[in-house]
Design a protein around this ligand. Structure first.
Ligand code: ADP
Ligand code: MG
Length: 937
């Protein structure tokens, strides 16, 4: 047995082999230790002729939790099942791996989350090693993904950036990489997938082509690029391997090629920061998917997620979905009828997957039947909705039928009447789980089966009457007839009556106070009953498999039906959400110059937890840059996200949380959240922040929406501010992307004055009942540069401190005023461009702060930098600010600016112990120094 085990292990090197021994899956030796540890089961010893070795097992009929644990721990598990009847085997029972369970290829319902898609993906490069004629390696990557439980298969190709972005979006559970694609595949950047290299031969172009042939006729013509061909071939090779290597998976019948540009592109960072599918916060707030999910079956839940991961970019297709949602939103009764019907639907995609893999049991067929059963009702409901709509349209003089989408959907609802009837006629209403032990096929379905059952029944009836007739014949009143598993039927007579036992009784068994007998006739009947029962079970199994195969022949039709049901579920879910949350249909425009206009917009997730969510407008001309300022917690991030979410929702086909909205069709959405706002951040968050910023600066364009939230925060103020400023300018000047830029660098508000399409927005705060209150209302114009002080005052910081802070800010601004000709004011309702317009020819604050100005300004610059650093509480490592003893070491900090300072002044500055200087003293000292400098001049 151990050598058989070793053979299976050798053939499945990358997996942990579990070996069926009776009712258990056992692992031996090293694998046993793993199983014992991960599954927390006992490690035992087994002894045989070859010696002693460790062994650990899990029960087969309750394997799911253990398999789950192994998958979670990163193992792939090969199930070595007994493939021969143990009773009939001579010697060792034959075993074979029937399935390899991996995170991306599980098909067991127990191990899969319902309502989610579980993909395994493959990544391949275009060029076969050494076959390219170019010096440059072919930069095209191919990506293919299969959901083995449903048979869905997606294939795409493109440049590495695009394809890696797609990978984020597909979010597979498992990724296999080809030999020369490994360099491109992030080991686990954003995704949670398990990544490993797979047999390079599977990625070979020829092998991939041959593998694909049964799925896609003439694959080399269907796939434009070798990379696609290789990825698709490899992922199917892997899927087949995990399903026991029985050849092509028939139910993978829809291999779909797509172009990533056919959808609104949301990279992993955007998906994450918009909290579409996962929330980043520590508090368990909902995701957008949670808010939208009013679906009624697993098909719909999976489809909703798919739609949300790939919003549309075709205006007509978007409007068509809006039509359907609007229609269903208006027709409450129809919508509720649809919801009721769908809530009894089972997961048709997975059911048909099991049917076609030959793994479905009788209960699965019954579930399939129950699902088919709702179709006629749905069709009727939809037809009615359509006619009603036509009538209304007629009355209102609106000749446009609004229901194209739903009519089309209705036509896609295939009733599959013959399959439904077949299952209903053939399969028992409440069948057992086992399909080999009878009770599966209905009476009346098959004449032979009915006859066998009749024989069995008559035999049993004869036995049931035997007791009475034998009592009468023998006169033994205590005589009884019974049955045991081992001995079969018997007639039992107590010892007291043994003398009255007739001659035709044959002794079968002796008990303590009685004897058991059989008669030749009883024996004959018994054999008849057993034979009939056994043959009936076998026949039932045969009939069942016939029915299942017949159903499997309709795999494609059933998949198409599943598709339609999924769409219908999502559309009615979106309608229900729109009605419940008061969403509005957005007007979608193809005008390439149209910007984003939202009236009374809300954040779909935040509004659910915030009692009094304050709606806000957004008017963002195409290519404009809105610089958003305001205190912490005032609502900047929420506002930006709600604008982005409106775009995502609209292009998904949903209505949007607003009073009115007019939206362009955008092709890409980027978000970048500054490091310290990124709760999930690790050590090199600033590095990540910058590399994600790089992506935006490379790829964003006029059809993009860009959200920059506190960019530059992850580093020292001067650097951060400079980067933020430069990025904003670049986005405005070079990319033309519509941009929302929330920043705590107040200096950025100058951008409005300097750039045509830049403008300021801000949030402010007030005091109410002694508490600081944020109004959460966005207003045009820049916020006051000292909003921090205002908030401090609102929060109750003592008046002297507040006043003193004001003075310090005034000094700061005085400096900027003299240098820059005035700074932004709190511009409630003021036209920001006007307010800021006199800044035009002045050197920017950023320049000042960086100390790159000419000599006369140097002191102002370093002074202001000092003040700025202090007021903003930046923890820049300046020892003189923190170390009471050490002025000395900081002298060399800014060599360029101190170079021109007279030595005596430098000495005073160096010796100034900041830790013991009050702001007032410091200011006096500085004022003295300034005087001295003036004299020196
Ligand atoms: P900021 O980015 O300015 O620091 P956030 O956008 O993170 O602020 O908002 C802080 C909190 O304020 C949110 O968590 C939310 O609870 C609340 N909030 C934000 N916008 C609104 C709004 N429009 N109406 C009501 N509450 C809001
Ligand atoms: Mg924020």
């Amino acid at each position: 047995m151990l050598s058989q085990y070793a053979d299976l292990c050798a053939a499945h090197e990358d997996a942990l082999v579990l070996f069926q021994v009776g009712d258990f899956y056992e692992a031996f030796c090293e694998a046993a230790e793993t199983v014992a540890r991960v599954c927390e089961v006992t490690l035992t010893e087994r002894t045989d002729s070859t010696g002693e070795y460790p062994m650990a097992g899990i029960p087969i009929d309750n394997a799911a939790p253990y398999l789950d644990a192994l998958l979670d721990a990163g193992y792939r598990v090969a199930l070595g099942d007994q493939v021969e009847d143990a009773e009939q085997a001579s010697g060792l029972v034959d075993r074979a791996v029937t399935e390899v369970i991996t995170p991306g290829t599980v098909v067991e319902d127990d191990l899969l989350e319902s309502g989610t898609t579980n993909y395994v993906a493959a990544l391949a490069s275009g060029s076969a090693e050494g076959t390219t004629s170019h010096d440059e390696p072919d930069p095209t990557l191919g990506l293919a993904a299969v959901d083995v439980s449903t048979g869905e298969c997606l294939v795409t190709a493109g440049d590495p950036d695009t394809v890696i972005g797609e990978l984020d979006r597909v979010a597979p559970a498992e990724l296999i990489v080809g030999p020369d694609a490994a360099a491109f595949a992030p080991s686990d950047a954003a995704g949670n997938w398990e990544r490993h290299e797979y047999d390079p031969e599977a990625f070979d172009r020829r092998a991939a082509r041959d593998r694909l042939e049964p799925y896609v006729p003439a694959p080399e013509r269907r796939f434009e690029h070798d990379a696609e061909l290789r990825a698709a071939g490899a992922v199917l090779a892997y899927a087949e391997y995990t399903q026991g290597d029985d050849g092509p998976l028939e139910y993978v019948s829809r291999v779909r090629r797509y172009d990533p540009r056919d959808g609104l592109r949301l990279d992993a960072a955007a998906q994450r920061s918009l909290e579409l599918f996962e929330n980043r916060g520590l508090g368990a707030s909902d995701t957008l998917l949670d808010v939208l999910d009013e679906t009624n079956c697993a098909l719909g839940r999976r489809r909703l997620e798919r739609w949300l991961r790939r919003p549309l970019v075709d205006a007509d297709a978007i409007r068509s979905r809006h039509d359907a949602v609007g229609e269903l939103a208006d027709r409450t009764l129809a919508r509720e009828g649809i919801a009721d019907a769908l809530s009894t639907a089972y997961d048709l995609e997975r059911l048909i997957g099991r049917v076609s893999r030959g793994r479905a049991d009788a209960r699965d067929l019954r579930s399939l039947h129950a699902t088919l059963d709702v179709v006629p009702e749905l069709k009727a409901t939809l037809s009615k909705a359509a006619t009603d709509a036509m009538d209304t349209a007629g009355e209102s003089g609106n000749s446009l039928p609004r229901t194209d989408h739903l009519t089309n959907l209705r036509d896609r609802l295939d009733e599959l009447a013959e399959i439904r009837e077949l299952i209903d006629d053939a399969i028992a209403a409440d069948p057992p789980q086992e399909i080999t032990e009878g009770g599966v096929i209905r009476d009346g379905f098959d004449r032979d089966l009915d006859e066998l059952r009749a024989t069995e029944r008559e035999g049993r009836e004869w036995v049931a009457e035997l007791e009475a007739s034998e009592r009468e014949r023998t006169g033994i009143d205590s005589l009884s007839v019974g049955h045991t598993q081992v001995h079969g039927y018997y007639i039992e007579v107590t010892d007291a009556n043994l003398d009255r036992v007739p001659d035709d009784y044959h002794r079968r068994q002796t008990l303590k106070n009685s004897e058991r007998y059989y008669t030749p006739e009883l024996k004959e009947r018994e054999e008849e009953i057993l034979g009939a029962a056994e043959r009936a079970d076998a026949l039932e199994y045969e009939l069942f498999v016939e029915v299942r195969d017949r159903v499997a022949e309709e795999t494609e039709r059933i998949q198409a039906l599943a598709d339609a049901l999924a769409d219908l579920d999502v559309l009615s879910s979106l309608a229900a959400v729109a009605v419940a949350n008061d969403y509005v249909r957005p007007e979608v425009t193809e005008d390439p110059d149209a910007g984003i206009r939202i009236e009374g917009g809300r954040h779909p997730v935040v509004e659910r937890t915030e009692d009094a969510f304050v709606p806000n407008d957004a008017d963002l001309p195409r290519g404009s840059v809105a610089v958003i300022t305001g205190p912490n917690m005032s609502g900047k991030s929420t506002y930006m996200r709600q604008v982005a979410l409106a775009v995502v929702l609209a292009q998904t086909g949903s209505f949007v949380p607003a009073q009115a909205a007019r939206l362009p069709v955008l092709s890409r959405l980027f978000t970048r959240v500054g490091a310290s706002d990124d709760i999930a951040g690790g050590q090199s968050t600033f590095m990540r922040e910058m590399s994600e910023l790089t992506e935006i600066l490379h790829d964003a364009g006029p059809d993009s929406l860009v959200l920059l939230d506190e960019v530059g925060r992850g580093t020292a103020t001067t650097d951060g501010r400079a980067i933020a400023r430069a990025a904003a300018e670049f986005v405005h000047d070079e990319l033309g992307a519509t941009t929302l830029f929330a920043t705590h660098y107040h200096e950025l508000t100058d951008l409005a004055a300097e750039r045509e399409r830049a403008f300021n927005l801000h949030f402010s705060a007030t005091r109410e009942d002694g508490d600081v209150t944020f109004l959460h209302r966005v207003v045009r114009g820049a916020s006051s540069s000292s909003y921090g002080v205002e908030v401090a005052e609102l929060a109750g910081v003592p008046a002297p401190v507040v006043d003193r802070s004001r003075e310090l800010v005034a000094v700061d601004e005085g400096e900027s005023d003299s240098a820059a000709g005035g700074s932004a004011v709190d511009g409630d309702d003021a036209d920001s461009t006007d307010a800021d317009s006199h800044d035009d020819d002045a050197p920017g604050d950023v320049d000042d702060a960086l100390g790159v100005d000419d000599a006369p300004d140097v002191d102002d610059a370093s002074l202001r930098e000092f003040l700025t650093e202090e007021t903003e509480g930046d923890e820049r490592a300046d020892p003189s600010l923190t170390d009471a003893s050490g002025g000395g070491s900081s002298a060399g900090d800014s060599p360029e600016s101190t170079a021109d300072i007279p030595p005596d002044i430098a000495t005073i500055l160096r010796d100034l112990d900041l830790a013991r200087t009050t702001p007032m003293e410091a200011l006096n000292t500085l004022s003295d120094l300034q005087d001295r400098l003036a004299h020196d001049d």
